[in-house]
Every structure is written in C-alpha cells, then in structure tokens.
Design a protein around this ligand. Structure first.
Ligand code: HAM
Length: 447
C-alpha cells in the first residue's frame, strides 16, 4: 500500500453486538440506587447474597427450565469449551441457585435458606424496547419450606422494593396457581383434546406448542390464538384440592397485608419448574409485554437437579425495565458523582503544592479533581465550571511564594485567600460535614 493511502486508512468504529448495551455513568447511578434498595430490603428480611457463575453446564438449564420453553429452545447462548463440554450463559438465576444449594449442602443449614442476587443474564431474545440480550436481574429465592405465608412474603418484598423505587403504581400483580405437576399433566391432556380440530386456526408456533407443552399456547400474542385460549377450559377446574386450598390461603394472607392482585387463570409462566403459585407484575398499559418481574413456587426443582425434596419459592425482576419506568416516572436518584472541589494551578512549583493538597482534601472526604495539565488558570476554571464543582482552589506563582491558596465559590463567583495549611478545614466547613464522602475501608468493604 502506498504510504499516503496507508496514512488515510480509517477503521470503522466498533459498536456493541446487537441487543447488548453499555451501562453509562448516568445509568449506573440508577443501578447503584436499585442495588442499595434491594440489598437494604433483603437484609431487613434476612436474605444473604449469592452469585452463581455466568455460565453453567447447558444441561442444568435444559432440565430445569424445560426443553420446550422459549428460553431453552430458542434463547440460550450455548457454546462448547475446548474439551467439547456444552456450556450456556445463564438465562436466569433460579437454576444456578438451586444447583448451588445442593452443591454446598445448604439443606444442612437452618431452613428456609434465604438468598438474593443482582446479576447479568443472557437471552438470545429479539431485541426491542425492554428486551435485551444481556440484561440485569435482581432476585430472591427461599428454599426449604412450603407455606403460602412464604409466597405472600416474597410478593410483599417485591412490592416493597417497587414502592421504594417509586414505580409500584405502574404495575398490577397477576396471580395464579398451576397446581402440582401431576394435576397439570391431566389438565394438559384436557387442553390437547380441546384443541383437536382447531389446529388450523393456530399460528405455526402454537401448532408446535400443542405437541410440546400446550400450556404455552396461553402465552401467544397472535389474535386467533388468544381468542381460542380465552375459550379454553379453565385450569382451576382440573387442579388438585391441596393446590387450590394452598392458593386460597395465599389470597387470605395477601388480603391481610393489603396487597392487591388480579387473579389470572391464563398466567402460566414460561419456565417449567413452577408448581402451585405463579405471579407476574404486569405493566398497566402494556400487560405481559413489559412485565417488570415474575416468580412463583418451584417445589420440585431441587430434587430434579439431584438434591433432596426441597420446596422453594422466588421472584426476579428486570433492572433495565425498572430503570426505564423510574425515568418515565421522573424518579430522581441521588447522585454521588458530584465533585466538590477542583484544584487549578499554574506552573511546576504550584503543582508540587497541589499534589499533597489534593490528597489531603480527598482524605478529608471532599471529592476533588485536580487539573494538573498545562492549561491557563482560565482554561482550568472553565473546566471546573463544566464539571459543575462547588469550589475551585487556585494556586499560582504568587500563592506559592506566599504559602496561600485562593478558594473560589464557583456559583457566587467570589473568592478568598487562605493559608495553604487551612484550605482543607475551610473547605470542609464550606461544604458541610454531612456532604462529605469519607473513606473508611472497613465500612466501605462491608457496607
Ligand atoms: P422471568 O419472568 O423469565 O423469570 O424473568 C424475570 C424478569 O426479568 C422479567 O419480568 C423481565 O423484567 C426481566 N427480563 C427477562 N428477559 C429479559 C430480557 N431479554 N431483557 C430485559 N429484561 C428481561 C425468571 O427469570 C425466574 N428465574 C424468576 C424466578 C425467581 N422464579 C422463581 N425465582
């Protein structure tokens, strides 16, 4: 290639792969806030945090979520490692938690075991508003006991978090029971019989669903399929007595704690591991399309994964969808990123004074930026303005000579000259003790 052409060659800038996104600083403020709310409410209720690996053996998800589910049949990121083992990026959190429960002998711990997570998940979904290929979920799992009061508490916790985040008014709690797997099997046969002779009205997807899992026909968005689903026999008429009584008791508890719900007999959830209680929080306008979260009871899962009989219940919510709704509701989250002080200087001798001063300011809990480049004081002040700092500290040749610094109130435009040793104390006073960000390693690491 001729030299001139070589110079001009420009690369196409890289972009993220389809369906995934960067979390930029502004959205991280939402992430941090949500994580803190979740952590706070989880701790109050005795939950402890767990993180399972980003990838697991593929079989784990196939067996738990179910071969016929959309997640397993279409949406998994599956790959082989160098030894030919099939691995999958986790599409959801419950299967990994159930695996960890068994692997770490958690059945020996006091029951129920209460765990929560805040993790990225991966689904090869069709990217659209609120639907991504990497998305974050927080979730709660309660393993080791079966009681409708536990289901009520999980729902209550989810509700509380939605309230804390200022978005509870946007969602309806949709609730159903899908009974035990045996009762459900019977009902699925009834459904299959109901659809005999109606296959031609179904979309291609639903024709398939009819043979793999007729319950999934209720999830279809096609109009003809929805009409047929509306007219289908009702699941409750075929469920076992125990599940129905369990459900009634749950409703009593929810009434008692004042949680409103919509009984939705067509709510089945898209994952196979559920039994009895299932629920979702639906957008009041978009319905299931933009559900903020969902969960339910999964009494058979731990055993299906090779553990002992361990009843369990849980919930997970989508963080991106929550953020979108918080923005829609104009919920403001506290920004911890604001800068208190900007230190500007002129010349090498001034820099020598600035470096220790910047460190002292930060140690005192003042969020401090130092412009130690070569720009003029005016250029640096304009920068301070752009960062919207409260105060600038200026050290020029005169200040170095006199052992002073100028403190400038950026909003009022007034300034004062202070002995350099007194700059930190003066700024602490000006900013106020309450606004300081003091670094205490112990507190920070364990908070
Ligand atoms: P899920 O309904 O599949 O349940 O997902 C929970 C939430 O994750 C959804 O309501 C939605 O807000 C969010 N979500 C799911 N897929 C996407 C996506 N592609 N893009 C953005 N957000 C998404 C579960 O995952 C179960 N593990 C919940 C559970 C926990 N059940 C018992 N314990």
């Amino acid at each position: 290639m001729p030299k001139e052409e070589e110079k001009q060659q420009k690369y196409e800038p890289f972009r993220t792969p389809k369906g995934v996104h960067d979390i930029l600083p502004n959205d991280h403020e939402f992430h941090t806030f949500i994580k803190k709310v979740v952590r706070h409410r989880a701790r109050q209720a005795g939950y402890r945090r767990i993180s399972t690996p980003i990838f697991e053996y593929t079989e784990l998800f196939k067996r738990s979520i179910g071969d016929s589910s959309d997640i397993v049949s279409k949406e998994m990121y599956t790959f082989e490692d160098k030894k030919g083992r099939s691995l999958t990026l986790k599409p959801e959190g419950t299967a990994g938690v159930a695996r960890a429960f068994i692997q770490h002998g958690m059945s020996q711990m006091p029951q129920p075991v209460l765990l929560y997570y805040f993790e990225p998940h991966f689904r090869y979904d069709k990217p659209q508003k609120g639907r991504y290929r990497q998305f974050w979920q927080f979730g709660f799992e309660v393993l080791g006991e079966s009681d409708p009061a536990l289901d009520a508490q999980v729902i209550q916790l989810a509700n509380k978090i939605h309230e804390d985040l200022g978005i509870d008014g946007l969602f309806d709690l949709q609730l159903n029971t899908i009974g035990t797997p045996e009762a459900r099997k019977k009902y699925m046969q009834v459904l299959e019989d109901y659809y005999v002779g109606k296959e031609r009205s179904l979309c291609e997807n639903c024709k398939n669903r009819l043979t793999t899992n007729p319950l999934r026909l209720f999830d279809c968005k096609e109009e003809d399929c929805q009409i047929l689903a509306q007219l289908a026999p009702v699941m409750k008429d075929y469920l076992d007595k125990e599940s129905l009584e369990y459900h009634d008791e749950l409703l009593e508890y929810l009434d008692e704690i004042g949680i409103k719900y919509v009984e939705n007999q067509k709510l089945v959830r898209g994952l196979d591991y559920y039994s009895k209680t299932v629920f979702e929080f639906w957008d009041k306008n978009d319905g299931a399309q933009n559900a903020i979260g969902g969960g339910g009871r999964y009494d058979g899962l731990v055993e299906l994964m090779g553990g002992q009989n361990t009843p369990a219940v849980g919930y997970a919510a989508g963080v991106e969808r929550i953020i979108a709704n918080m923005k829609k509701e104009k919920v403001r989250v506290p920004s911890k990123d604001e800068i208190h002080v900007f230190v500007a200087q002129l010349g090498k001798e001034a820099k020598k004074k600035c470096l220790p001063l910047i460190e002292d300011l930060r140690e005192a809990g003042l969020k401090t930026m130092g412009a130690l480049g070569k720009g003029s004081i005016n250029v640096q002040l304009r920068l301070a303005d752009k960062f919207e700092v409260s105060y600038a500290v200026l050290i020029g040749i005169t200040e170095v000579r006199e052992g002073t610094a100028i403190i400038r109130d950026m909003e009022k435009g007034v300034q004062e000259t202070v002995e350099i040793e007194k700059v930190v104390d003066r700024l602490v006073k000006l900013i106020g003790e309450d606004s300081l960000d003091r670094y205490s390693p112990g507190e920070l690491l364990y908070s």
